[in-house]
Design a protein around this ligand. Structure first.
Ligand SMILES: [Zn+2]
Length: 258
């Protein structure tokens, strides 16, 4: 299992530091939106930044990329279909990212929806999914369609139960409050909500999750469950025969949920 630790940035972002299993100081970072926060963590831990992995183009994910790349000479990798803030090796669906000097290897998955070029990195039993999949939630549809996002989430959900899910934001508590509204009879959601309230009360991180857990608590991975479909149909006041229609209603419902 990889040694992965969060760097907090902005109000609720996590920038993930991945330690090399080979090189005791070698490190990769995922989505460094804030260079200063990463620099502080590297200095505190005595780490050397070798690689920068980007999931999508939003400023809170790429804001520190150019500065960190220039300062450390780190290699930058990012989505082939999006504009990066500096020179980057473009990665598209199915690409194998081999960071030989770090002993790290990731499989790249295209997961359009939040943005059209969004990619996820899967390797060593860990998933770095940016703003596509959150614990008990998913990213807003800024660029893609509901069926694109559902297709992306379906691909992630097909990974094994034990896969650890490293999302880019601490949104779990709000997401679970919504999940409990959609599925008030889902005991796994209610238990997760209680546990998450306790964690957040002491400002503790709720991540990583696992895909097995997400399949039990995440309404956006549960659009084919009769409970989620029934709740979406009641909310929409109309029958929703297709999973993508259920997803679209639940996503729009969440957008307006407070
Ligand atoms: Zn984003």
């Amino acid at each position: 299992m990889l040694d992965v630790s969060p760097v907090r940035a902005f109000s609720d972002n996590y920038l993930w530091l991945i330690r090399s299993p080979l090189d005791p100081r070698g490190t990769a970072v995922v989505d460094p939106g804030d260079a200063r926060a990463v620099e502080e963590a590297l200095a505190r831990e005595g780490l050397s930044l070798k690689a920068i992995l980007v999931t999508h183009h939003h400023p809170d994910h790429v804001g520190g990329v150019a500065e960190l790349a220039a300062h450390h000479g780190a290699k930058v990798f990012g989505p082939a279909r999006e504009r990066m803030p500096c020179a980057a090796t473009p990665l598209d669906d199915g690409a194998a990212l081999n960071l030989d000097d770090l002993g790290l290897e990731f499989h790249v998955m295209a997961v359009p929806g939040h943005t059209l070029g969004h990619i996820a990195y899967y390797g060593h039993g860990d998933l770095f999914c940016g703003d596509t999949l959150f614990s008990a939630g998913c990213g807003r549809l800024f660029e893609g369609t509901p069926s694109q996002m559902l297709g992306s989430l379906d691909r992630l959900a097909a990974l094994p139960d034990a896969v650890r899910v490293f999302c880019a934001h601490e949104y779990t508590l709000g997401n679970l409050r919504f999940a409990a509204t959609v599925e008030p009879g889902n005991v796994a959601v209610l238990e997760a909500l209680e546990a998450t309230r306790a964690l957040r009360a002491r400002d503790a991180i709720t991540l990583p999750s696992t895909l097995g857990r997400e399949r039990r608590i995440n309404p956006f991975l549960r659009c084919r469950e009769s409970s989620v479909r029934a709740a979406a149909e009641a909310h929409a006041g109309a029958p929703l025969p297709e999973a993508a229609e259920v997803f679209a209603v639940v996503r729009a419902w969440k957008d307006g949920f407070r």
